[in-house]
Design a protein around this ligand. Structure first.
Ligand code: HEM
Length: 496
């Protein structure tokens, strides 16, 4: 529906009122209704997709050349800085067209527009998936992921198949009470990032199952940014990077001869969880709950997705939080006071974290300033007006949370580390859609409750036991592949 400005029909679910797009000064249509509304016309002031500003693609090379090292000026490792400069140069809505092998993108730096797009989502929002993972799940290993209907997981899966699978797992994964049940086991492993059984990462020796899993997940993340942003040669032939990537995924989901991948790390945990579940007759863990609720196959596929995106995200978020706190003794003291007041010398129990608003606020503040996932997106399933431009279906819209979270427009004293802004909300300027580290809506992070629990518990235990200090040069952040401090974290831990 490109450029059809005369008669456009589009469906909006629950748009909030009086949203002003600062780029165009265009006031979005408003309705209080949460029901669908159909608008038949579009104001002639709405501009076309072709008019969206952005770096101009070159013939044949598109904009992909900009990511070529030493030549292009854009760096995969510093997409954060690229996005800041795009916002500065082109405004709140920037077109990134001509990245070879992938659909055109629209970068959105306008929190009001982010809210409007998120609130208008249909029942199966489409998050731009990594084509390389798509290819792995639906072509290379389709015998496994396609063996049962609607059993391919949630990552790189869309439409009805995504909705059916997500329904099976989200009740178990997203309930706050089910996450809180893990307070004690998570506390036991403190900063180990366990989904289910204690993977034994701290005791793990080189070559152990846990270490292989961690290495494989890390290789997956390191390769995926390169495969997605650089020229997609892997589509033509299996490059060395692509082979490493597939090997890493296969490590998590290993093929055994012509059979299904029954010896993969993931399935061995599922089998163990199932046995424990049968032996105990009770509901003891996320995987056991998944097995009970949806069967071992769904649990296995869900576990693959959860391992893939749950390990590096949370560990980097904790590392980043410790680094930020290490140079802020006054914040550590306030945290320590809060924790001591709630626990009064006893071990952490379910429900305690809810009595610790400052602890939660510290994590929110770190994720506002340094979100481990700097942007999140949707592939439009219908033509949509964003920032006054008619954006065609199929375009990937990327919400720039790192840039918005650091913007004075949405947060007062944006560059200051002020956890209290999340407690005294009326004192500080704040926009709920400018910092969404876990995404939003039906496709929001499935591991959010667990990630938060793990971060809160790890932080609580560390601050309770130690004072942290950092006595070296400040670290820059980079994308590796999460947004994380660049350098060894030489923190000093002093017993309290
Ligand atoms: C600090 C830690 C984490 C951050 C910042 C984070 C962030 C995100 C974001 C931004 C998304 C996209 C949401 C959207 O499209 O609206 C996402 C999706 C997802 N996350 Fe997380 N995540 C974290 C930890 C975890 C953990 C620990 C798990 C697993 C236990 C997990 C599992 C998932 C899954 C499965 C999805 C895809 C959901 C779907 O497409 O239906 N995440 N995460």
């Amino acid at each position: 529906m490109r450029n059809r400005l005369g008669v456009i029909k589009w469906r909006i679910r629950g748009i909030s009122t009086n949203i002003q797009c600062p780029v165009q000064g265009h006031r979005a249509r408003s309705t209080h209704a949460a029901v669908d509304s159909v608008f038949e016309t579009v104001s002639p002031s709405i501009k076309s997709w072709e008019e969206v500003p952005g770096p101009k693609p070159l013939p044949l090379l598109g904009n992909t050349w900009r990511f070529v090292p030493y030549i292009g000026g854009y760096s995969v490792e510093h997409v954060d800085k690229v996005c800041l400069s795009l916002r500065e140069k082109y405004g709140k809505c920037v077109k990134m067209a001509g990245l070879l092998g992938r659909p055109d993108m629209l970068f959105v730096f306008d929190a009001g527009e982010v809210e409007r797009v998120f609130r208008g989502e249909d029942s199966a929002p489409h998050r731009p998936s990594m084509p390389s993972l798509n290819y792995y799940k639906h072509t290379l290993r389709k015998d496994f992921f396609g063996a049962e209907k609607d059993c391919a997981g949630v990552i790189a899966v869309h439409g009805d198949s995504w909705a059916a699978f997500r329904t099976k797992v989200s009740k178990v994964a997203l309930s706050t009470s089910s996450a809180a049940q893990y307070t004690v086991p998570v506390a036991e492993v403190a900063d180990a990032f366990s989904l289910d059984t204690r993977l034994g990462c701290f005791e793990s020796v080189e070559g152990s199952e846990s270490q292989r899993l961690i290495d494989a997940v890390h290789t997956f993340f390191i390769s995926v940014g390169e495969l997605e942003l650089r020229a997609p040669w892997w589509r033509i032939y299996p490059t060395a990077m692509f082979r490493r990537y597939v090997a890493a995924l296969d490590t998590i989901l290993r093929q055994v001869a012509s059979q299904f991948y029954i010896n993969s790390v993931t399935l061995s945990h599922v089998e163990r969880a199932l046995k424990e579940c049968q032996a105990n007759g009770g509901s003891k863990s996320l995987l056991q709950d998944l097995v009970t609720a949806a069967g071992p196959r769904v649990a296995a596929v869900a576990a693959l997705d959860l391992f893939l995106v749950g390990i590096d995200t949370t560990s980097n978020a904790v590392a980043s939080t410790l680094y930020q706190l290490a140079s802020r003794p006054h914040i550590q003291e306030r945290l320590h006071d809060e924790i001591t007041k709630v626990l009064q010398g006893r071990p952490l129990a379910p429900g305690d974290i809810n009595q610790m608003p400052y602890l939660k606020a510290c994590v929110k503040e770190v994720l506002r300033l340094f979100p481990v996932v700097i942007g999140n997106g949707r592939q439009l399933t219908k033509d949509t007006v964003i920032c006054g431009y008619n954006i065609p279906r199929g375009i990937q819209v990327i919400f720039q949370h790192y840039v918005m979270g650091n913007s004075e427009e949405y947060f007062s004293d944006a560059s200051e580390f002020r956890p209290e802004r999340w407690i005294q909300r009326s004192t500080y300027k704040h926009h709920a859609f400018a910092s969404l580290p876990f995404g939003f809506g039906k496709r929001m992070c499935l591991g959010r409750r667990f990630a938060e629990l793990e971060m809160h518990v790890a932080l609580c235990k560390i601050v309770q036991a130690f004072k942290m200090e950092y006595h070296h040069e400040p670290l820059d952040y980079h994308i590796h592949p999460m947004y994380t401090p660049n350098g060894p974290l030489r923190l000093k831990f002093i017993d309290r």
